[in-house]
Design a protein around this ligand. Structure first.
Ligand code: BGC
Length: 475
């Protein structure tokens, strides 16, 4: 094995190791459901009990904060169809990392602009707020931020109710009113938007800037929630009886509702796997450096091995090391190569594309100020491949743990289930999805998993949850 191959071998995970990762994920998923759990996987109750049934109607506002952008959307449901209007606003770094008040004032300003643009400032629409960070919820319409992830660190937000913070900012502005009826994680929104198309969809997964997964868990297994506050079957049946009167073809719904009240969607926050050191055997020195230089050192270790915010940076650190050892770029360590964050994950997707000739790989590297030979390009491509393959395999191992858990929950020999999925890594990377699917197939052979890329997960999903939540409020 030559020196480059030795470095690449650090990123290889064999079947036995993947089985171990699956097992560790499973243990922490179970642990996280217990009351007073100290699991690194938070298993946050979402208070979403129902998947959509196609009866959703009306106009909703959906707000989405999760990455460098904030999106404001208007979603209208009509006869099993929906229309969505939106506007995207960038969140400048000074707001992401300034004070909470500044951040939420900025969001209120964006919402105000959107309502102006849509001519809806006086409408007081029900709104779903997709907030893609871990929130401890006690109800569908409140949530305390547990910790920031993905480069956000606005002060005075952790430990505070983010719905309240947004409402306060709207009040300070005093120009419009909003009725925030649901706070939603993006994984949950993704699951809901896909469940609208496919009733077998009971898992939502994000493979993008960050990573996460949610799924429908049996209520009886969620020890940490007070089962007395859970809607009873009778509540649901009363509501259903009312709907039956209006809706002739409601038979299908009866089965759905009966099965649905026994479950709640759990936002796993699986990105925290490894925060207790359980992934240390697969973590390389490059990952350790990425973690050390992040703003949340020691946290989200699984996320740092698997998601878009970090993969490019892992690659850059490997390239830097190979160059320092004279194995790449003729040993020229440029300023570019030394600059953190310069190698964005989108370059991995481009470089690994089969359609791209080596010459084009060289031209991408050149744009980054890296002068490469043909041989260098081959090495860079191999490094990208090793890092992204490991990411997809790890996500596959995690997902295998979840589908097997659901299968065992239901005491089935064989489970057929759909995963609603979103995120640039899944949607744009040329190989991630394939490796993810292969890994799940190998590690959970008794499960037949279909992947459904979500369409407008955070918009349509949030609006659907708002619709379902409002339906409950009105009961
Ligand atoms: C957050 C999750 C989110 C995921 C994907 C993670 O960093 O903790 O709440 O779902 O990113 O956006």
């Amino acid at each position: 094995m030559n020196d480059v191959e030795e470095t690449l071998a650090l990123f290889k995970i064999n079947q036995d190791q993947l089985q171990l990762v699956k097992g560790r994920m499973r243990e922490r998923l179970e642990e996280g459901l217990k009351s007073k759990s100290t699991s690194t996987i938070k298993m946050l109750p979402s208070f979403v009990y129902l998947t959509p049934d196609g009866t959703e109607r009306g106009k909703y506002l959906a707000l989405d904060l999760g990455g460098t952008n904030f999106r404001a959307m208007l979603v209208r449901f009509k006869k099993q169809r929906y229309r969505l209007y939106h506007k995207i606003y960038t969140i400048p770094l000074e707001f992401m990392q300034g004070t909470g008040e500044e951040l939420f004032d900025h969001l209120a300003q964006c919402i105000c602009d959107f309502l102006d643009y849509m001519g809806l400032k006086k409408a007081r629409l029900p709104a779903g707020f997709t907030f893609s960070f871990p929130c401890e919820q006690a109800a569908i319409d409140t949530g305390t931020l547990v910790t920031w992830t993905k480069g956000f660190k606005a002060t005075d937000c952790e430990g505070h109710d983010v719905v309240n913070m947004l409402q306060e900012a709207i009040k300070r502005r005093n120009e419009f009113d909003l009725d925030i009826v649901a706070l939603i994680n993006d994984a949950v929104g993704t699951m809901m938007s896909c469940a609208y198309e496919d009733p077998q969809c009971e898992i939502g997964m994000i493979a993008g800037t960050g990573t996460n997964l949610c799924y429908m868990e049996e209520l009886k297994n969620i020890e940490k929630i007070d089962q007395r506050n859970v809607p009873t079957k009778r509540d649901e049946e009363t509501h259903e009886a009312e709907e039956d009167k209006q809706n002739a073809g409601a038979n299908k719904k009866k089965t759905e509702v009966n099965s649905v009240v026994s479950k709640m969607c759990i936002n796993t926050e699986w990105g925290g796997l490894g925060d207790d050191g359980c992934l240390d055997d697969i973590i390389t020195s490059f990952d350790v450096e990425v973690d050390k230089n992040s703003i949340n050192q020691g946290k989200q270790r699984f996320e740092k091995l698997t998601s878009g915010m970090y993969l490019g940076e892992i690659v850059r650190r490997v390239l830097l090391d190979l160059t320092r050892r004279g194995l790449l770029f003729k040993g020229h360590v440029t300023e570019t190569l030394k600059t953190p964050g310069i190698f964005e994950t989108k370059y991995l997707s481009q470089i690994e594309s089969d359609r791209l000739a080596l010459l084009q790989v060289r031209s991408i590297l050149q744009q980054l100020g890296l002068l490469s030979t043909c041989h260098d390009s081959i090495i860079v491509k191999a490094v990208c491949g090793a890092v992204s393959r490991r990411a997809a395999q790890l996500c596959g191992a995690g997902l295998a743990a979840v589908v097997d858990k659901i299968r065992e929950n239901r005491k089935l020999d064989h489970l057929s289930i759909t995963v609603g999925i979103d995120g640039a890594l899944y949607k744009l990377h040329p190989r991630f999805s394939q490796v993810l699917k292969e890994t799940v197939r190998d590690l959970a052979p008794q499960c037949d998993v279909t992947f459904l890329p979500s369409e407008e997960g955070s918009g349509k999903g949030a609006a659907l949850i708002a619709a379902v939540a409002r339906r409950k409020q009105e009961m």
